[in-house]
Design a protein around this ligand. Structure first.
Ligand code: C2O
Length: 543
């Protein structure tokens, strides 16, 4: 195992997309930012220098941060932001996980432009035939406006942020937009096998992904290996990753790779399509070729094709290997978390909020998460100061009702509060995640920091314990860090709280984060020296 050092200079970059020049915040002058490529077991030290005008934090999405929660990155949860002119070295081990993850800013809307791949290679071999080549495909979302302004505007009014102007593939919108020719190109050799590392780094949209004329064999999701799963469409929620093998076995030509939104309701969304080109290498091709053929477009699913999404989301199963954690069978804490949108009284920072109708809010068990302002939760936890939060996050909703109906039997008004759920070290937690239909049905990707979890079952409708237990996969369930809980549906997940610290669980549609679709687990120290939270590093940012 090595120590891998990287430096991120984060600052302004003037860039032209869709014929408009915009000043964005970018890492090392690039969008997407630099790819970090390590081997399992390495130690990563990323020196982040904030040359931007904004408060900044970086999160290493999906990394466990075992005993390094100070490096996790969510703003005001595990750290105060790195202020303009400041710097912080994120230092952590990359142990016990392999595959594709990513990193992104975890403050305001900055992750729209501050993001990049984090690839963890096995120390030995892949558990699938070695591909001839590997390539990373990172999907993003683009605003012509300054994204911090987009976020600030939404916060001031207590409403929803402006919809993005484009989707991107490796930072480029592609040729289906007005005034956009800039397109990612992937050149392939006939007959060769490619490992595509696909990352959904979009801000507010789940995405369908296809390549005309080609199909995929999924071999990993969220940096956990799966049994081979064949499909011609890949569906990802923001935060999720898919590693898939693709054989270049079509007739040598050009094919479009397309990306469009998957949404589960007809509320306004970005309905555009981003494209890239898969180009067969004519020089290595053995068959005669058309010199300039027109590229073929894939037929994309309808934006609301919930069945295709559900099939993909529930399809792959995990690859059981010796050494991998198995599903814990004894559960010590059961929780039922109902979440969705709602309304809350206007907050002081919501200066333009309509006092009569209140602000749009989102909640878990009717608590709309309030981010602390002067000290991060992790510091407060470490110093034993409970003035910043209370440990009374409810284990279940106060009233059970028909979650899938828009008939509100529990008022949509939520309480703004900083509540955590305290867990004993190493206890096993089972969560029922019930998506509600109040104020619109939407599939929410729920992401847990600090852990992977087993997805035992998921389905549409109201959670039914009897039905759910009959569906449990306790043999080879998916192992993920982000689960897309179906609109008006539920998922049951299980994890072992083997990592002391404070870990946020939130919706990975960024617009729902300031609205409060989040809660925090506070995991106590364990009995052994290797289970005790270490002190913060000396360069730890202060508020
Ligand atoms: Cu990828 Cu809390 O985020």
């Amino acid at each position: 195992a090595k120590i891998v050092r990287r430096t991120f200079h984060v600052g302004n970059l003037t860039i032209t997309r869709l014929c408009q020049s915009t000043v964005i915040t970018a890492v090392n002058g690039k969008i997407p930012g630099p790819t970090i490529d390590v081997h399992e077991g390495d130690t990563l030290v990323v020196h982040v220098i904030n040359e931007s005008p904004y408060d900044l934090t970086i999160h290493w999405h999906g990394i466990f941060q075992k005993l390094s929660p100070w490096a996790d990155g969510p703003n005001m949860i595990t750290q105060c932001p790195i202020q303009p002119g400041g710097s912080y070295a994120y230092k952590f081990n990359v142990t016990g996980q392999e595959g594709t993850l990513w990193w992104h800013a975890h403050v305001s809307y900055l992750r729209a432009t501050v993001y990049g791949p984090l690839i963890i290679r096995p120390r030995e071999a892949y558990p699938f035939p070695k591909p001839d080549k590997e390539t990373t495909i990172i999907l993003g979302e683009w605003w012509n406006d300054n994204v911090v302004d987009v976020d600030t505007q939404a916060v001031l009014t207590g409403g929803t942020p402006k919809i993005s102007d484009a989707f991107t593939i490796n930072g480029k919108p592609g040729d289906q937009y007005n005034c956009s020719k800039d397109m990612h190109r992937l050149t392939v050799d006939s007959g060769k096998t490619y490992l595509l590392r696909i990352i959904n780094a979009a801000v507010d949209h789940q995405l369908f992904f296809k390549i005309a004329g080609h199909s995929f064999t999924v071999v990993a999701i969220d940096a956990t290996y799966t049994n081979p799963y064949t499909t011609d469409v890949i569906v990802t929620a923001p935060g999720q990753t898919v590693d898939a093998l693709m054989v270049a076995d079509a007739s040598p030509s050009q094919y479009y790779m397309s990306v469009k939104a998957y949404v589960s309701s007809n509320s306004p969304y970005n309905n555009s399509t981003s494209t890239a080109i898969v180009q067969y290498n004519y020089k290595t091709s053995t068959s005669p070729l058309p010199l300039k053929s027109k590229a073929t477009m894939p037929v994309m699913p309808a934006a609301t094709d919930i069945n295709t999404a559900h099939r993909f989301y529930t399809g792959p199963t995990s690859l059981v290997r010796s050494g991998n954690p198995t599903v814990p069978l004894q559960v010590s804490t059961h929780m039922f978390i109902a979440f969705g949108l709602g309304v809350a009284a206007c907050q002081p920072q919501q200066l333009l909020c309509n006092q009569t109708t209140g602000a749009l809010a989102a909640s878990m068990n009717n608590v709309s998460f309030q981010f602390p302002t002067d000290r991060s939760l992790l510091e407060a936890h470490y110093r034993g100061e409970n003035s910043v939060y209370t440990a009374d996050f409810p284990n279940k909703p106060t009233v059970l009702y028909d979650f899938t109906s828009n008939k509100i039997s529990m008022g949509p008004f939520t309480e703004k509060a900083t509540k955590v759920k305290r867990l004993r070290y190493n206890e096993t937690v089972e969560l029922v995640l019930q998506n509600t239909a109040i104020l619109g049905t939407e599939s929410h990707p729920i992401h847990l920091h600090g852990f992977n979890f087993f997805v035992l079952a998921q389905d549409f409708g109201n959670y039914d314990e009897f039905k759910a237990r009959a569906m449990y996969n306790l043999i080879d369930p998916q192992v993920r860090n982000t689960v897309a809980v179906p609109a008006g549906g539920w998922a049951v997940i299980r994890f072992v709280a083997n990592n002391p610290g404070t870990w946020i669980m939130h919706c990975h549609l960024d617009m729902h984060l300031p609205m409060g679709l989040a809660m925090v687990f506070e995991v106590e120290d364990g009995p052994t020296p290797d289970a005790i939270l270490p002190p913060p590093p000396s360069d730890f940012p202060i508020c």
